[in-house]
Write a protein that binds this ligand. Structure first.
Ligand code: GTP
Ligand code: MG
Ligand code: ZN
Length: 271
């Protein structure tokens, strides 16, 4: 008999293709979401930004890990452009680069999230200190994984906390991720506070601080385009769900400024 159901502290929810507003819960009560992205294949920025938005929306702390640094000519450049609003670490399971930094950045219950072949299970094994999770070679033709991990597995970590390995994520839709996107693009949200108009669309308005930042190369055009695209995709999806249901699930909003401060403190610690 069920006597009580405890509330989830955090939940990582992937919107499902069907129009149910609940989506699929990938993980619950997780503290840190490790968004794992391989440097051995060209970066897919949009997919990475979707995963980060999903992570923020869960209520957990995202950490972006660029894996397979040994396969990339310029990992620092990739790290600088991939996610300006998040903590980014560069690792290699082959050389061991960045693994200590990653261990130090992880808190509590950790979930490894990312496309197949990104090296999630390999990273998990390095964190566990033993080859406990199955790993598999990527395809030669395009570097994509073969969906080696087929189920979610929770394993205790030697230094405390637990690790959740997950199967590679396929397409990630957005839905009710407004807050998550605002955190993902925190640097743009911050710049927007200096636009002349409070409701500036950063398109062709005069005195737009965001467009000025693109012109001065403080942020990239790609990043701004992505911001517009993902927000409008989310708004479209949200307009199709029942407003009543959404009102009941208003996520706890974290203050952007507070988040940015934490990010910069994190970066200072990494230096
Ligand atoms: N060169 C290099 N190869 C790596 C690194 N990390 C993982 N790999 C290789 O990448 C391939 C895929 O690694 P997995 O850990 O199985 O990837 P995964 O993300 O768990 O993939 P799925 O379980 O399919 O979602 C394996 O052949 C690993 O040996 C790395 O840092 N450097
Ligand atoms: Mg795996
Ligand atoms: Zn503007």
């Amino acid at each position: 008999m069920l006597h009580a159901v405890l509330e989830r502290r955090t939940s990582l929810v992937r919107p499902t293709a069907s129009r149910t507003p609940q989506g699929q819960v990938l993980a619950a009560n997780v503290d840190t979401v490790v968004v794992t992205v391989s440097l051995a294949v060209p970066l897919n920025h949009g997919r990475t930004e979707r995963m980060i938005a999903l992570a923020w929306a869960s209520g957990a702390q995202p950490v972006v890990v660029l894996s397979k640094a040994d396969q990339c000519a310029d990992p620092r450049q990739a790290a600088a452009e991939v996610a300006p609003g998040a903590d980014v670490l560069v690792t290699s399971a082959v050389t061991g680069e960045g693994l200590d930094g990653l261990t130090a950045a992880l808190r509590g219950t950790i979930v490894l999230l990312g496309p197949s072949g990104a090296g999630k299970s390999t990273l998990g094994n390095r964190l566990l200190g033993e080859d406990r999770l199955a790993t598999g070679a990527v395809r030669d033709a395009d570097g994509k994984g073969r969906h080696t991990t087929a189920w979610r597995e929770l394993v205790p970590l030697p230094g405390g906390g637990v690790l959740l390995d997950t199967p590679g994520l396929r397409a990630i839709g957005l839905h009710d991720a407004q807050d998550g996107l605002e955190h993902t693009f925190a640097e743009i949200e911050l710049l927007a506070q200096n636009c002349r108009f409070a409701d500036c669309g950063h398109g062709s308005e005069p005195d737009c601080a965001v467009l000025a930042a693109v012109a001065s190369r403080e942020i990239t055009r790609r990043r701004l385009d992505s911001y517009h695209r993902l927000l409008s995709e989310n708004a479209y999806a949200a307009s199709r769900t029942d407003a009543r249901l959404r009102a009941g699930r208003e996520a706890t909003k974290k203050d952007i400024t507070q988040h940015l401060r934490a990010t910069y403190q994190f970066r200072d610690r990494q230096r």
